[in-house]
Structures are given as structure tokens and as C-alpha cells.
Design a protein around this ligand. Structure first.
Ligand code: PEP
Ligand code: MN
Length: 339
């Protein structure tokens, strides 16, 4: 439930409600808005407890949260979460552009593409060191060597790095090398992995499972947040539908829905969302139009030679063009916002 305090409620009254909640076994989260304070409470709510809190001084109303997710909910925390990644802030209105190859394939190749995407305007680097592949015979990633390459690229370019973690036992090690830990679509409901990620204090990029409803996806975020890590960034990467022209069906309506239901930032991955490089730029622009906090795209010097996801990878030249058009889109949206 949430307890909405009256606009004039003082600190003492807020404290009284908070300690009463804790006394009754609730976990408390305070949201101090400009107008009023909202106290989020997680625990066993009964009609009697709601009445009890309604009688406390300074309380305007007690509202039950009907949805199964609490800490991720915007009702619980009305202000949008800002997630700090290196020098960047995800969710503050700036559009993040995360770029790099699907997989880290080797040191010199990665350094070259990292420099190229940086020069074109990327704000973060991506690259998989552990690759969850459909076939056990496909390239599985460079693993630890890949992490070392990512850390070096981060040092050389100064850009933060995003990489996927596939195993709960590797969370701490991966967190030592990179700035953002990605949960891949196939692992969205690996609850042991989510819980481990809840124990670290680094941002997590949580991809939507290929068959996950929005509610299941937010519940996955709830696992991480309720385990102690509030730094969750959602990532729409397409879902499975009857349509098979594209690799997945990019559900861009998820962007405003996530913003309405949660306080979490959301970025869009049009590379996995479409599976076709020619569709990446138009869907990246559409994602920005829908209000996404950023995009994540795959870039490879030579897509036809890529060890994974070549067909959806942009060349550095095509990526540079995408960045120019994304910036124009951002400017156009800003101009309409000012009208
Ligand atoms: C990836 O980002 O390379 C990846 C494997 O994505 P997903 O988990 O969305 O398929
Ligand atoms: Mn990929």
C-alpha cells in the first residue's frame, strides 16, 4: 500500500507513520515530492491496518497497490529513477546511444570498432563476452579475455561498458570489469541470477524475455530491486509473435507502458528487435519518438564476417548515419515540446 501524506504534513508526522509501519513489519520507502510525501509500504496489509494508518495525523489517504509489483511501481515511487552510469545519467531526458558488436571477437577488432562508434557519437559501448547461443556449437564468447578487452576499451575510450552476465556465480567478477550488467532475454526469469544482481550496486540492463508479458518483465525488475539493487534499466528487444519476417516483433508500445507503470528508465534494442540491419535505423527513430531513454545497437566492421548477429549489425558508416538522424529526431521532439 502507499500512504499519501497531506501537503502540510511535517517531518515528525512522516517519521511517526514510518516507524509505525516498521513496527508492524512493513518495509518502507519514502518519496519526497515537491508537493507532498508518499510513503510506500511493503508487507502484509489488512483492512484493519489501512484504517489504522488513515487515522494517524498528517495522513491524507491510504491506497492499496493492486499490481503484483510494488518497488518498481510508479504509484510507489512517483518520481522517475535516474541511473548513473559513469558520467552519463540514464533517464534524465538525454538519449543514450549504446553501440558495439554482438560479441567481443578479439582485442584489435574491438578497439577499432569502439573508437569508431565513439567518434560517431555513441555514449556507451556494448559487447558480449559470454554469449547465450541457441546452438551449443556456435561461438560462445571469449569469456574472461572478453571482459579484459572490454575493460581496456573502457579505459581507452572513456566510455562506460555494458556486457551480459549469464551465470549467478559470475556476477561479482563481471561487475569488476564493466559498468552495466546486462540480463539477456533468455535469462529474464532466471530468478537466481536476478537475486544475485540485487546484491551488487551496479546498474543492470534488464532485457525483456522473448515471450514475457510486460507484467512478468516488471516482476523480474522487482526481483532485483527488492533484493537491494535499485539501479534497473529496462530494455525492450522484441517479443515472439506469429510474424516471422522479422526476427522478433519490436513492441514499442512497451516504452510508454513501462513509463506509466514504473519509475524505471527504458531503452530499446532495434537490432535484436528486428534482426535486419536495414530496419535498425527506422526502428531506432521510432523508439526515440515513443519516448525511450536510449537505444542499443549492434555495430560490426564487417557484418558478413561477424561471429554472431551479422545480419542485424550496422557498419560503422551506417551507425554514424543513424546517430545523425537520431540527433535530428531528438531536436525535432524538443522543438515540439517547446511549442
Ligand atoms: C545481445 O544483446 O547480444 C543479446 C544476446 O540479446 P538478447 O538477450 O536480447 O537476445
Ligand atoms: Mn546479439
Amino acid at each position: 500500500m502507499i500512504i499519501v501524506m497531506e501537503a502540510h504534513a511535517g517531518l515528525e508526522q512522516i517519521q511517526q507513520v514510518s516507524s509505525k509501519l516498521e513496527e508492524k513489519g512493513f518495509r518502507v520507502h519514502l518519496s519526497q515530492g515537491v508537493e507532498r510525501t508518499i510513503i510506500g509500504a511493503i508487507g502484509q496489509r489488512t483492512a484493519a491496518t489501512m484504517v489504522l494508518f488513515e487515522t494517524l495525523p498528517g495522513v491524507e489517504k491510504v491506497v492499496p497497490i493492486a499490481q503484483p509489483f510494488k518497488m518498481a511501481s510508479r504509484q510507489f515511487k512517483p518520481e522517475s529513477s535516474l541511473i548513473k552510469v559513469g558520467e552519463q545519467i540514464v533517464g534524465d531526458g538525454q538519449v543514450q546511444i549504446i553501440a558495439g558488436p554482438c560479441a567481443v571477437e578479439g582485442r584489435s577488432l574491438f578497439m577499432e570498432v569502439a573508437q569508431a562508434v565513439k567518434e560517431a557519437g555513441a555514449t556507451m559501448l556494448r559487447g558480449g563476452a559470454f554469449k547465450p547461443r541457441t546452438s551449443p556449437y556456435s561461438f560462445q564468447g571469449l569469456e574472461k579475455e572478453g571482459l579484459e578487452i572490454l575493460a581496456e576499451a573502457r579505459q581507452i575510450t572513456g566510455l562506460p561498458v555494458v556486457t551480459e552476465v549469464v551465470d549467478p556465480r559470475l556476477v561479482e567478477e563481471v561487475a569488476d570489469y564493466v559498468d552495466v550488467l546486462q540480463v539477456g532475454a533468455r535469462n529474464m526469469q532466471n530468478f537466481f541470477l536476478l537475486r544475485e544482481l540485487g546484491k551488487i550496486q551496479k546498474p543492470v540492463l534488464l532485457k525483456r524475455g522473448p515471450s514475457a508479458t510486460i507484467e512478468e518483465w516488471i516482476m523480474a525488475a522487482e526481483y532485483i530491486i527488492s533484493s537491494g539493487n535499485h539501479q534497473v534499466i529496462m530494455c525492450e528487444r522484441g517479443i515472439r509473435s506469429f510474424e516471422n519476417y522479422t526476427r522478433n516483433t519490436l513492441d514499442l508500445s512497451a516504452v510508454p507502458v513501462i513509463k506509466q507503470l514504473t519509475h524505471l528508465p527504458i531503452i530499446v534494442d532495434p537490432s535484436h528487435g528486428t534482426g535486419k540491419w536495414k530496419l535498425v535505423e527506422p526502428m531506432a527513430l521510432a523508439a526515440i519518438g515513443a519516448g525511450a531513454d536510449g537505444i542499443m545497437v549492434e555495430v560490426h566492421q564487417n557484418p558478413s564476417e561477424a561471429l554472431s548477429d551479422g545480419p542485424q549489425s550496422l557498419t560503422p558508416e551506417n551507425f554514424a548515419r543513424l546517430v545523425i538522424r537520431v540527433k535530428k529526431m531528438i531536436n525535432a521532439l524538443q522543438a515540439t515540446a517547446e511549442e
